[in-house]
Design a protein around this ligand. Sequence first.
Ligand code: SF4
Ligand code: SF4
Length: 105
Amino acid sequence: MTEADLPDAPIPETPVPDCQSCGACCSYSWEWPTLIGFGDGDGLPRHLIEDGRMRCNGNRCAALAGTIGEEVHCTVYEDRPLVCREFAAGSDDCLAVRREFGFEG
Ligand code: SF4
Ligand code: SF4
C-alpha cells in the first residue's frame, strides 16, 4: 500500500453558530443593513426604513428583537433585506462579527 492509497484524514467540521442565540450581525453597524436593489425592502414596514437602510438604534437594527447573545429574532424575517439574506452563518464575516461581541465560533 502506498501513501496515495490511504484515505484522506477526516476534516473536522466546525459547527455553524446559532443565529437565534446571537444577533451580532444585526447589531454591529448601522450602515450594514442597506437596501441595495430593485425590490429590496418591498414588504418592510415604512417606519423601519430610514435613508435607504433599516432604521437602527445605535448600531442595532430596529427590527431585531430580544437580547443579543441570548435569544433574538428578526421581526421582519420574511421581508428582510438582501444583505441579511446573503450573510451566511458560519462564514468568515459572521465569525469576525461574532468575535467583536466576544462570541466563540
Ligand atoms: S453573526 Fe452569524 S451567527 Fe450571528 S446572527 Fe449573524 S449570521 Fe447568525
Ligand atoms: S432586518 Fe432582520 S436580519 Fe436584517 S439586520 Fe435587521 S434584524 Fe437583522
